[in-house]
Structure formats: C-alpha cells, structure tokens
Ligand binder design. Sequence first.
Ligand code: HEC
Length: 303
Amino acid sequence: MIIGLLFMSVATLFAQDAGAASTSDSISTETILTYSLLLIIALEIVAIVALLRWHRFFTGIEGMEEAKLESLKSTNSFNNWWNSINKFKSIENEDDIDMGHSYDGIRELNNVLPPWFTWTFIASIVFGFGYLWKYHWSSNPAPNQYQAYEKEVAAAKIKQDAYLKSRGDLVNETNVKMVDAAGVEAGKKLFSSNCAVCHSDKGQGGVGPNLTDDFWLHGGNINDIFKTIKYGVVEKGMQSWKDVFSPDQIADLSSYIITLHGTNPPGAKEPQGELFNGDATGGATGSADSATAKAGDSTAAKK
Ligand code: HEC
C-alpha cells in the first residue's frame, strides 16, 4: 500500500512539475513512469532484505551461527600458537599454578615469564659478551665511533683528491710542473691539431710567434706559458683556451712547448719579445712579465 501511495504521489508531483513548465516537454510521462518503477523496485529489494533478517533473527538461525563461529575461534591455530609461545595456562588448569596464597579472595598464581622473553634476555647477554670482546677485549678491536669517523673522512679525502685530480682543478699557473713523457706526447697531439695553424707544426712560428727560441713576449717559463695559453692575448690574436682545454691539457701543452726550446726548426720566425734564460721548467721567472703574472695568479687562485 505504501509503495502504491508513494508511486501515486511521485507520479502526480512529476505531472504537476511538468504542467508548471507546460511549454517545455522535457520530462515526459514515460520518464516519470520509468523512474517510479525503478524506485518501487529499490523499495522492494530493501523490504525483502529486511524481512530476511527478521526471519533469521526470530527463527534463531543467527544465534546458532554465532555459536558456531565462537567454537571455531577456540580451535583457531593462531590462538593455539600464541598460547603456547607464551605458555599461558587456561582457566580450567589454573589450580596447577596456584601458590596457595589468597588475599580477600584474590589468589596468587605463579605465571611463568613468556619463553620468548626469557630467550631474548639470554640472547642479549650472549650478544653483550660478544660485543665487549669485539670492541674492548680483542687484541685488534673494532673502531669506536671517533675512529670510524676519522677513517671515513680519510677515505673521503682520498676520493676527493682523486676527483679533483681527474678534473685537473689542482693545476693552475702558480703550481704547474713539467708533465711526464706521456703528457708531453698528448700535448704534442693537441698542439698539432689546435695550435700549428698559427705557430706551425714544429713551433717555428707563423701568424703566432716562434716558440722554439730564447725570446718570449709573455714569459718563457712553464708558469708564464701556461698562463698565456689559459688566458690568451686576445687583442693580439691568441685566444684564451681555458674553456677549450682542461687545466691538465694546458699543462701538457705547456710542457710540450718547453721541449721545443732550442730545436732550431727550419724556417723559424725572427725572435720576438725579451730574452729569457731562467729555468723554464718551473724555476724563477726570468721575464719582465713576472710581475703581471703574479698579479694574475692571485686573482686566478681566488677563482
Ligand atoms: C689564431 C692563431 C693562433 C692560434 C690558433 C694559437 N696561437 Fe698562440 N699566439 C698567437 C699570436 C698572434 C701570439 C702572439 C700574441 C702577442 O703578440 O702578444 C701567440 C702567442 C702564444 C704564446 C706566447 C708566446 C710568447 O712569445 O710569449 C704561446 C705560448 C702560445 N701562443 C701558445 C699557443 C698554443 C699552445 C696554442 C694552441 C692551443 C696556440 N698558441 C694557438 C696566435 C695563435
């Protein structure tokens, strides 16, 4: 009856709405009927489910099922395992651990410590002895945290040095040294593919000055040469190579140029600049350029 009444009222409500908006036929009677039908079906399903539940409750089926679940719980394997690892006594066997003391009806029971707890405790004692031996008693004890820290810092320093070396950042015009034969060979390759256009294949000079004689425009020791290559003499047509080559490569090039000294290649360009007769491989600067070289050094070092 309720459903019937509902259906009627809903239908009339929709019909009224439709009438109010009489001009637009947006909600047809068909849609109203479809939705009413769906609503009725939904209400019926709710009613059926409710009836089923009542039926189960009043016939006692529900109670029986709950009792069954309860009995299942007691045979649950997890519970059994939990009781056994804790050595729990069931209430029925409580008399076994009764201490015979009763205070106002409260009995004292001798419940054992859970075995897992006892074993963990014993294991920690054993571990403690192992630890003491390893860190304090052994002839070669493991490092304490300060020593471990220092060890790690030292290892990191080695890594850092290797990294800086691979970057070549440690080499600049203040500390550059003659490189080994392999480095000179590498410098020779770089020279012939990058510098020979202006300084000629044997360094005898062309557009650029002769690099084999005793005369230098910008200083003839390895520091000065390194600096000339690094920063260039841009206004005279010698570019700065610091963005093209790594510092190590510039050191290779500088060393190669030092080895060219005195080779007297044919077709050498006339001497330019000042006579340099100091130690070219890193000794005192023998050129007038040394003052400016030193000034440049300090700015370069800051960079
Ligand atoms: C475009 C031509 C050109 C190229 C390429 C070139 N140079 Fe130069 N280089 C010059 C000129 C020009 C000068 C002279 C600058 C001056 O008059 O102050 C010079 C000067 C130098 C000097 C100083 C010589 C002195 O008397 O003090 C060195 C060292 C040098 N170049 C090395 C190199 C190296 C190494 C390369 C290759 C990486 C190279 N140059 C590539 C043109 C060139």
